[in-house]
Design a protein around this ligand. Structure first.
Ligand code: UD1
Ligand code: UDP
Length: 373
């Protein structure tokens, strides 16, 4: 069995890293195909270094651009490589343009596709990610759903029960594997002059937020309000897209908010786990906050991670007045929720299912006959 692992952005590198490690451990033949969607050192190479991942065998260097053009470049490049390599399975992860291109190219060549983190739905078709994940799910042969909720969404869309494997999310594997390691590295709290639980962490990068003057302004205003009320500094490692848009809109940073360069994964895990509360529009950060038992405020109008809200770890605030209101509520949280994303063995289960095609799950609680979706 030969597996092609296709990735291209920061979260895909992080969430695929446990699968890459597991391939190494089990001696499974694989290679990495990097689309180059992310390319800046601190959005790309730093994660290969920190997570000790082998270099990509191929890098398409597609870079940034309009969705159509970027996806088209990826499709052309991936197709060529897949024709040459003919892997048995292509694995893609998440909901980026890289996933869309990887799944489409493999599907046309009738190469089997495994979608890691399948079945997430925001039910918001204005998000490019929603289109990407729906197309990937419906072209895939193996759908690795993190939770029963994702399985339910897939079944509702007519995906065959046999194709779905509830594995948990590899974000848990990555956090568990690296949290201790991160504590032995750079002490980011010391470096930034922070005390544990005496600061907030924030991130924002979603196109619908940071490309909108009103919504990005609303987020900065929300941060200003919570600083006035709680007096805790807000550390904001900023995605390059966000930095660009803050400059373009001419926004001044509110008092208390410290914009810093994106952090490496090991430092960011420390920053997250030491935070009193996290404000974010990121998918992965919502999950990590939940896993690390840090209250989360989501700076969006919806989430494809409803499990985090259901367990009481996350509140959906949007980009306006509700940011302060939700922060007040979550500051009172006892942080006693359960992690809904699995045991940290999602990568192992994903590969077992990929190699055997036999359904091995972490939480197969119901049979197809019992399903009432
Ligand atoms: C992409 C994904 C998004 C994911 C995010 C993870 C799509 C449609 N979007 O969004 O789902 O949450 O990655 O971070 O696939 N830039 C750099 N250096 C880089 C990468 C980007 O400076 O290495 C800047 C460029 O100005 C670029 C902008 O960021 O135009 C946006 O990059 P792009 O990859 O198009 O989208 P993301 O916002 O990163
Ligand atoms: N992350 C990081 N450094 C940062 C910000 C985020 O390493 O400065 C990690 C974070 O731990 C998570 C992932 O990047 O695993 C989330 O990526 P992002 O928010 O860019 O994308 P999304 O998850 O929304 O697709």
């Amino acid at each position: 069995m030969k597996i092609a692992i296709i990735l291209g952005t920061r979260p895909e590198i992080i969430k695929m890293s446990p699968i890459i490690r597991e391939c190494e451990k089990q001696g499974i033949e694989y290679y990495i195909l990097h689309t180059g969607q992310h390319y800046s050192y601190d959005m790309d190479k730093i994660f290969f270094e920190q997570l000790k991942l082998p270099e990509a065998k191929y890098n398409l260097d597609v870079g940034s651009g309009l969705h159509g053009k970027q996806t088209a470049k990826m499709l052309t490049g991936i197709e060529e490589i897949l024709i040459k390599e003919r892997p048995d399975v292509v694995l893609v992860q998440g909901d980026t343009n890289t996933v869309l291109a990887g799944a489409l190219a493999a599907s046309k060549l009738q190469i089997k596709i495994g979608h890691v983190e399948a079945g997430l739905r925001s039910f918001d078709r204005t998000m490019p990610e929603e289109t990407n994940r729906i197309v990937a799910d419906h072209t895939s042969d193996y759908l690795f759903a993190p939770t029963e909720t994702s399985r339910k969404y897939l079944l509702n869309e007519g995906v065959s029960y046999d194709k779905i494997f509830v594995t948990g999310n590899t974000v848990v594997d990555a956090a568990y594997q690296n949290l201790e390691i991160s504590k032995n590295g750079t002490d980011i709290l010391e470096k930034l002059g922070l005390q544990e639980k005496e600061y907030f962490a924030a991130t924002a990068h979603r196109a619908e937020n940071v490309d909108s003057k009103e919504r990005l302004g609303g987020i900065l205003n929300g941060l200003s309000q919570i600083y006035k009320e709680f007096g805790l500094p807000i550390i904001f490692p900023a995605h390059p897209r966000t930095v660009k848009m803050i400059e373009e809109f001419g926004f001044k940073l509110p008092e208390g908010t410290r914009l810093i360069d994106p952090l490496g994964y090991l430092e960011f895990l420390q920053l997250e786990s030491g935070a009193r509360l996290i404000l974010t529009d990121s998918g992965g950060v919502q999950e990590e906050a939940c896993i690390l038992k840090v209250p989360c405020i989501t700076l969006r109008d919806n989430t494809e991670r409803p499990e985090t809200v259901d367990v009481g770890a996350n509140l959906i605030a949007g980009c306006g007045e509700k940011i302060l209101e939700c922060t007040r509520i979550m500051m009172k949280s006892d942080c006693e929720w359960e992690n809904p994303y699995g045991n940290g063995n999602a990568a192992e289960l994903t590969l077992q299912n990929t190699v055997t095609g036999y359904s091995i799950e972490y939480s197969k609680t119901v049979s197809p006959e019992q399903m009432q979706y």
